[in-house]
Design a protein around this ligand. Structure first.
Ligand SMILES: [Zn+2]
Length: 179
């Protein structure tokens, strides 16, 4: 039974915490059979691990909120969280190429209803907290960095069904590549 990588589980949890009422219709992580047959995508399990996550762009907030959230994830990656491989949203891709600058995404699906995050193998087992607000240094000064850190879990965080009402299959459609 393939699993979403730990980094993906953690990021989804943080987003769920921040937007408890968000729409999850366009959520997804694992490729469906048709998609799997097409070849390359981080939604296709490798050694039982899926290294991609789709989050519905409807965060049940103002439209700009999805852009703001993507921007937080982008900056987190740019600050050095190497678990994030690339992000695609609204016709743009952000990756270490050009130091996380937004570039035009030429794939088949422009990713407007959801945003896509691919993870590196570093995120397979590393489910530590994502510093989306960029305030880790500040927090270390005030509370030793403990507040908001990843709470140890009992292993039940392996969410085979997609969890929290999220869709299971990704909606990325055609294969994702950096080309
Ligand atoms: Zn995707």
């Amino acid at each position: 039974m393939p699993k979403l990588c730990k980094a993906g589980q953690q990021l989804r949890e943080q987003i769920d915490d921040d937007y408890p009422d968000r729409d999850r219709k366009s959520d997804g992580w694992i490729a469906d059979a048709r998609h799997m047959a097409k070849g390359t995508s981080d939604h296709i399990p490798q050694d039982g691990i899926v290294r991609a996550l789709d989050i519905d762009a409807d965060l049940n907030a103002h439209k700009e909120e999805a852009y703001a959230l993507v921007e937080k994830i982008r900056k987190c990656a740019k600050r050095g969280d190497k678990r994030i491989k690339y992000i695609i949203y609204d016709g743009k891709i952000m990756s270490p190429i050009m130091n996380w600058r937004r570039r035009k995404y030429r794939g088949a699906n422009p990713h407007r209803s959801h945003f896509h995050i691919s993870f590196t193998t570093l995120g397979d087992k590393d489910g530590s907290w994502f510093d989306l607000e960029g305030d880790r240094n500040e927090r270390i000064q005030t509370d030793g960095g403990k507040l908001g850190e990843n709470i140890p879990r009992d292993g039940s965080s392996d969410i085979p069904s997609g969890g929290l009402g999220s869709r299971r299959n990704c909606k990325c459609g055609a294969s994702i590549s950096l080309a």
